[in-house]
Design a protein around this ligand. Sequence first.
Ligand code: SAM
Length: 257
Amino acid sequence: MTTSHSVHHGDALAWLQTLDTASVDAIVTDPPYSSGGMTRSDRAGSSTKVKYTGDKAQSEYADFSGDNRDQRGWGYWMSLWLGEALRVTKPGGVLVMFCDWRQLPTATDVIQSGGWVWRGLVPWIKPDSRPQLGRFTQNAEFVAWGSNGPMPIEGDCLPGYYIARAPRANEGRQHITQKPVDVVRSLVRIAPRGGLVIDPFTGSGTTGVACVHEGRRFAGCESVATHHATAVRRIATAQGAAVPDGLQGVFDLGEIA
Ligand SMILES: C[S@@+](CC[C@H](N)C(=O)[O-])C[C@H]1O[C@@H](n2cnc3c(N)ncnc32)[C@H](O)[C@@H]1O
């Protein structure tokens, strides 16, 4: 079997439009939530590192893009790329998408307005979340998933929930909203071994790293140059490949036997 991995530097919707129809086995992704922060102005602010940490000192994380849409704008934009994502996915292929509690109702609506069959929610419990005085602790994010029409009854039985800490700064975290590799390794197993998984919002490349470990092919897209470079570096390192110079545009990490 061969596995191949590539990361495109650019806009997700424009990139999806270049992919062949019915060429993808699964989309495993984590789009900007346009959520977070404590106030509306936090959400519309330009700096994601301040928004997500409330602390300018956490400046080792580059800002990321697309996180300041208002609610209607976010929903409209989501259905645009989700419709294109459906076109590139094989019949019976799967969409797996992270979202938070605030965007959950819109997320599950736009999955369906994008033409997907909404199949369910997989909670991701973060056991070390900070307790909130007089409130329920916000210690869950969600993985909403769906399929391009009917799904075949085959493949692995996967968990209905995950309990995992988010990567910490002292554990080599590269992106302020980086997801745990172990959780994403399990998620990409929704695609057949050797199948093509894409992530239009690659960030630091966690889905690509997971695909390397699980023997799935990967293609990703990331709009911020710093994160694109991080993704290429992390995926190449996971693959045991040399990390090349010159990380602009399409960068193909090639095929390995
Ligand atoms: C929530 S983060 C993904 C984090 C990733 N799961 C990880 O573990 O590192 C979303 C990423 O999508 C990127 N992004 C936002 N809008 C985009 C667009 N239109 N096209 C491509 N990437 C985009 C952001 O820069 C950000 O890095």
